[in-house]
Ligand binder design. Sequence first.
Ligand SMILES: [Zn+2]
Length: 558
Amino acid sequence: MTSQFASLAEKGGLHDCLSYLVSAKVLDVISSDRIQAASVNSSQPLDVIVTELGLMRDLDLVDALNKFLGVSDFDTAKIVSDSVLIEQLGVAFLQAESILPIKTSDELVCLLIADPMNISAVNTVAFAVEKPVHVRVVSRSVLSTEIEALSQTDILEDDGLDRGQTSSSPDDDIGRLQDIASEAPVIQFVARTIQDAVKYKATDIHLEPTPDALVVRFRIDGLLTEMPIAPKAMHAGVVTRIKVLSRLNIAERRQPQDGRMRVAVRGDNIDLRISILPTINGESVVLRVLDKSNIPLDLDALGFELKAQRQLDELAARPNGIVLATGPTGSGKTTTLYAMLRKIMSPQLKVFTIEDPVEYKLDGAVQMQVNPEIGLGFADALRSVLRQDPDVILVGEIRDKETAEIAIRASLTGHLVFSTLHTNSAMEAITRLRDMGVDSFLLGATLRGIVAQRLLRRSCCSCQGTGIEVEQEGEGKTCTECTGSGFNGRRVTYEIASISQELSEGISSGENTSVVFSKAVKNGFLPMITHAGSLVVEGKTTMSEVKRVVDIETQYDA
Ligand SMILES: [Zn+2]
């Protein structure tokens, strides 16, 4: 399917067009360079850049662009849109791309367009209608009025999204981005994407620019799932909108930025953590959904069996010592510690949490966030907290010897310290702390227990993990509970080492972890792989899921 543009992309598109405008004396060289630079930096449409920078009147630009294309100006009083094509392409797409197909002959499609450099939109239409496409340039304002009139659907309300403060930028070109970010399709897209993420219980929203689209993926139950792709034209507006909502610097597009925002989705406040990273295709955005209503801070709901719950309760009730949760990022270890902590919270205890960042609010606890940029790391924060007369302290992570040593000192002086380590197994935590330079004797004297865990997808109860609901006649249809994946939500698989007197002495005397491991097994320690295996037997998850999540190789060589 060819269009008159097939060759335009090869010629260099924008560059040729700007050269023409300069040679036609409707634009000077400096303005041309500004447009070129703004186009690279903002990926905004040509006509938006030109008119927003005030370089040409929009009708003059329309006239010049049509001349560049070798066509005459279109009489906008005579627009008769092609309702069949509009139905086929969808109003949202027309709106996003600022294009409108009009009635012409049967052999080709005439497309009114605001930005003739938007070759991907032209190609998309050519592909969809399987006919050659000819374009005529019309001003964006005329097009948006026409398309708006077509749209019978109501534009989604702002939906409770905080607008945040729109700080004025010294850079005039950037200031225009704010206007684009406040256009209805952009607001609608951002609001709907967040709503969908909450609906699908996604933990992360990935917005990834490619050379010709904005790819949207959700992390659901630990795996990325592709969502409908958005047009590239939305990209700059969407990123700016997210920056405005999370009070980030919209003028900064070359440095990574982190922020937070709170939005209301169906009456619930949803907190989002934002990370923006400049890439070769523009800024890539990841939004971590911190949906408190979704997090069961409850050992039972997390999937700990009764016996394990009792073991964890006993650990949390110790007056002092160190309790560790281990596993890779995203294995739910912090959530487990929170669930343990929540059960012992009382007005008689002073509880601190030191995190990076604070993920859940815990009533009754004093929570602080580390900030390495100002020299407040875990070790510094822990040292300060110890001067605040604490009973129980949750330290987000032990990353270095310094933090480990302060944690040990704290537990020796009568405090109960919860923390996490990135190790595969419970026993590996002992090796890791020794490798950091922690003294074996002190480790044995303070370590109370280690829980190692992973999150496994639960087999769907409705369809027994088949993804297919069997109806009366024996006919199957896709299970609505799990949308055919066979999985619904996640649960933990784990191993819990409670450090007995015997184990503690072994650790203190420098015993090899494999010896500690054998002793633990003799005392009833169940390795994670055994626990995961029993979940498979009980039909609570699948073998392939266990193989995906549990690193079977490293399970035994602690
Ligand atoms: Zn199902």
